[in-house]
Design a protein around this ligand. Sequence first.
Ligand code: ZN
Length: 257
Amino acid sequence: MKIHHLNCGLLHAPPNPRASCHCVLIEHAGRLALIDSGIGLDDIARPAERIGRAVIDAAGFQFQEELTAARQIGRLGYRTTDVVDIVLTHGDPDHAGGLADFPAAAIHLSAEEFAAVSAGRPRYSNSQFVHAPRWVSHPASRDSWYGLQARRLPLSVEAEVLLIPLFGHTVGHCGVALRVGGRWLLHVGDAYYLRIELSTDDHPVSALAAARADDDQLRRGSLRELRRLAKDHADEITMFGYHDFSEFPGEVSPAAL
Ligand SMILES: [Zn+2]
């Protein structure tokens, strides 16, 4: 199994720092799975229709075709139909825009997030879902992982992947745990925007995170759990989020950032 860290989009709304769209590509035996999907080709072709001017301006969406997951996977020598699974932390437009570029993929997400997306809640962009994605919704389970609930995903790609509910940013927002060798990667999605939130609330981005949360009490609870994991299990878990450029491993080429 090979893991690629891909930056599949760029957001910049000063004075906030430039934000990445940190997706993970799992490659195994000629099949691919993605964690989150970034800004997609259709978003770039029809931004106002797909995302809307107000959201584009507020979040600072930048549109660069070469950053899309579809183009990056092409540069690795694969076709978009080789992506058989996408695990979605949540349905916000900067995470879900690439879904339509991968027609063969099953889209895994929590049952709570699926319900919110299906209800057409205004924070989501319905036009990103009109291609009828093949949703696979995962309800609560009795499994646990380091004291958190876990939902084991039956992916077509051979990989041990768990949805870890980290609710609050959206009603069904989840992290994604991936076993790599003897360790775990934990993609926390938007449970924090910047890694500094693991150590302090006294940062301008904390106000943004609170403002963007569907349920800020739940968001704070999820962040507390991540702080616990970072403190007690740093030797077993490598944690990173979607928007903090500093969290890309060193081998990611600057061109991809
Ligand atoms: Zn986001």
